[in-house]
Design a protein around this ligand. Structure first.
Ligand code: GAR
Length: 215
């Protein structure tokens, strides 16, 4: 069944660049949301900083333009300049980090002010960085969750767009917690992005303040 946003002409749908380092399940979730009408956007390019990332194959299987740009001997600015060139080549308007395991520097952050978002598997500001689900489980939190936030130059530190909590009292392991969080991440990422694309908002200090568009 064709949905409203799927019927929108391509020119009115935001062009997304998705950055990945691994499995790519959030990438696939965003892709599904662009196809079933939840997200008025299209994926213009997928960029991985690892050629062995499983998400690359999954993206190619879906016909998405997919590029590997490894850091190799480049410094951060040089690596990001190559990524930026690829994003521009594909007319990318919004950058979505989806399991992209590098901190961004000024080359990318300043090129897309307030147009780079990330999904992180904890209730920030708790447990930034790697293995957030394990950090949360080992700490013994009763409430875990995930966060979609705008990306600045810090580690998982930009203004928060959306968060979703999950009770962990019955999660028997860090692995189980991560598994239970993943579908929540997938849902939240599409929801948060949809809000950013379809509502009016401003960033006031650390706060993303939404106000519905009229009509
Ligand atoms: C996801 O859990 C995502 O939230 C996390 O990596 C995983 C990637 O899975 N990201 C971070 O930890 C970023 N700091 P995916 O490749 O299947 O989307």
């Amino acid at each position: 069944v064709a949905s409203r946003s799927a019927e929108l002409p391509a020119s009115t749908r935001a062009r997304l660049g998705i950055l990945i380092s691994g499995r790519g399940s959030n990438l696939l979730a965003l892709h599904a949301a662009t196809r079933d009408g939840r997200l008025p956007a299209e994926i213009a390019v997928v960029i991985s900083n690892r050629k062995d990332a499983a998400g690359c194959e999954r993206a190619r299987e879906r016909g998405l333009p997919t590029v590997v740009i490894e850091k190799g001997a480049l410094d951060r600015a040089g690596h990001e300049a190559r990524i930026l060139a690829e994003l521009r080549l594909h007319g990318v308007e919004w950058v979505c980090l989806a399991g992209y395991m590098r901190i961004l520097g000024p080359t990318l952050v300043d090129a897309y002010p307030q147009r780079i978002v990330n999904i992180h598997p904890s209730l920030l500001p708790a447990f930034p960085g790697r293995d957030a689900q394990r950090q949360a489980w080992e700490y013994g939190v009763r409430i875990a969750g995930c966060t979609v936030h705008m990306v600045d130059r810090g580690l998982d530190s930009g203004p928060i767009v959306e968060q979703q909590a999950l009770e962990v009292s019955d999660a028997a392991s860090a692995k189980e917690l991560a598994e239970r969080l993943l579908p929540i991440e997938h849902e939240l990422y599409a929801t948060a992005l949809r809000r950013l694309l379809t509502e009016t908002w401003i960033v006031e200090g650390r706060r993303v303040v939404f106000s519905k568009k009229e009509g």
